[in-house]
Design a protein around this ligand. Structure first.
Ligand code: SAH
Ligand code: SF4
Ligand code: F3S
Length: 464
């Protein structure tokens, strides 16, 4: 008997074929993606479905027949941006009455959001949650047949995994591979576990097959994705552990492997060991610390201390001396005192990150932190984040300056944005390097001698 997964994939393919057969004129689509890499990868699946339906990507959202917003709700401004843009499209529809507007992703999974859309956003034609993504072709067919709005949000907490869905990847050189979905950590401020559900890992055999196919198609750089990749496989008895999966992928002929995100409480000695020995795992690691004070870390439910974090950093640097670390930091968490904020500054000085993403705390409805009194004013939080950004800027500048004279391997992927005589790509440390070149460098990994450091990028000369 076919299992649930096969039945759905078949239904999906049938809906796609029926849509492809019905339209005499190929419709055009435009996808707007907010949020993290997880959403970027989901949008590649949605694009794959749309193209199999016979649709073509539109160059501009104004001229598209179907516009899909894949949303994020991790902070309030992410949400505001998405809804602002959807509202703007309502105006475009006055000129293009056949335009269909769809919204999906994390924001739709928020409690009460479906009702809000029904009441306040009547011009949204289709809305579906993160768990309903595999049903997108069926929902689309329903919309096209009825021309009436379709809204579907599942409240299941464990997502079903469907292998074999279509995909149109954004780049022929670099690719994301989602290895697990969801998060079990429930950091006090974070909405992700509520909108993405519990951790579910893909079978390692499927991940390995996907990586092998990507390598065979010429992809040079893969990034393994999960909210906490270090707990990969724990929900599947007998499955490989993350460090075992990484060690295996290191042997299959892909040039570069990255992964994100790693939770500091779960970075194991075994993983650090694999990173030290692997030939293709990049010497870059995103290790979000969130805060430098033990009291705040405890309140955030991060389940590690500053000392544990610094110990992990020390072990990583012993095993991989040139590793470039990056991080995420929250300022203005409820109860954060000036002294506690200074502990964040001192930690940043101690670790010397190559780069840091800094955020002002944003209360998210339904999370424990949102029920705590807000004690840091907007002005104070802004002043603190500016101080932190200035510190990180100076450390980034020193780090990049320290790379001048070194030779880095750069995977060239695009023409430089500011100078058309230059081409750009990432080095092993996940830093953008620009160099004089022509189109022939695209898709190749070349040695580049670093000649100068800019604010967040490097300049170099290709040595071949
Ligand atoms: N799973 C990853 C990333 C989650 S979201 C991790 O655990 O690191 C990306 C970042 O957004 C987080 O690392 C955190 O710094 C930030 N973030 C999450 N919720 C937030 C909130 N309510 N306010 C401000 N920043 C937040
Ligand atoms: Fe959010 Fe924490 Fe999970 Fe990251 S680990 S997604 S910050 S709950
Ligand atoms: Fe945003 Fe969802 Fe990612 S809330 S950060 S898009 S998992």
């Amino acid at each position: 008997m076919p299992d649930k997964e096969e039945v759905l994939i078949q239904e999906q393919q049938e809906a796609i074929s029926r849509i492809a057969a019905r339209e005499d004129r190929p419709l055009s689509y435009y996808i707007v993606t907010y949020g993290c890499q997880m959403n970027v990868r989901d949008s590649e699946t949605l694009a794959g479905m749309l193209q199999n339906m016979g649709m073509k990507e539109a160059g501009d959202r104004r001229t598209a027949d179907f516009v899909l917003f894949n949303t994020c709700c991790v902070r309030e401004n992410a949400e505001r941006r998405a809804l602002g843009n959807v509202t703007w499209l309502k105006e475009i529809r006055k000129e293009n009455p056949n335009l269909l507007i769809a919204v999906c992703g994390c924001m739709i999974q928020e409690p009460g959001m479906a009702e809000k859309i029904i009441r306040q956003y009547p011009f949204i034609d289709l809305a579906f949650g993160t768990h309903n993504l595999p049903r997108f072709p069926m929902l689309m067919e329903k919309l096209l047949n009825s021309r009436r709005r379709v809204i579907e949000v599942s409240d299941q907490t464990r997502m079903d995994i469907y292998e074999g869905q279509p995909v149109v990847r954004q780049s022929p050189h670099e690719a994301f591979i989602t290895i697990m979905y969801g998060c079990n950590n429930f950091c006090s401020y974070c909405i992700v576990p509520y909108v993405r559900g519990r951790e579910v890992s893909r079978e390692s055999s499927h991940i390995i097959k996907e990586a092998e196919e990507l390598a065979a198609s010429g992809v040079k750089d893969i990034t393994l994705l999960g909210q906490n990749v270090n707990s990969y496989g724990l929900d599947r008895p007998g499955e490989l552990r993350f460090h075992e999966l990484l060690a295996f992928l290191d042997s299959i002929g892909i040039e570069r492997i990255r992964f994100m995100t790693s939770h500091p409480k779960d970075i194991s000695d075994e993983l650090i060991d694999v990173m030290g020995k692997a030939k293709h795992v990049c010497h870059a690691l995103h290790l979000p610390v969130q805060h430098g004070s033990n009291r705040v870390l405890h309140d955030m439910n991060r389940r590690y201390t500053r000392e544990h974090y610094l110990d992990r950093v020390h072990k990583l640097r012993t095993a991989v001396p040139d590793i470039a670390l990056s991080t995420d930091i929250i300022v203005g968490y409820p109860g954060e005192t000036r002294e506690e904020f200074e502990e964040t500054l001192s930690l940043v000085r101690e670790v010397r990150y190559a780069s840091a993403f800094t955020f002002i705390y944003s209360p998210r409805v339904g999370t424990p932190a949102a029920r705590m009194p807000k004690t840091v004013s907007k002005e104070e939080a802004t002043a603190r984040i500016e101080e932190l950004i200035a510190l990180q800027k100076s450390i980034t500048a020193e780090t990049l300056q320290g790379m001048v004279g070194e030779t880095h391997r750069v995977l060239f992927t695009e023409q430089s944005r500011r100078n058309s005589a230059q081409f750009a790509g990432k080095n092993d440390y996940n830093i953008t390097v620009n160099a004089d070149a022509d189109e022939s460098v695209i898709g190749r990994i070349l040695p580049v001698r670093i000649t100068a450091a800019k604010e967040t990028t490097l300049q170099g000369i290709i040595l071949e």
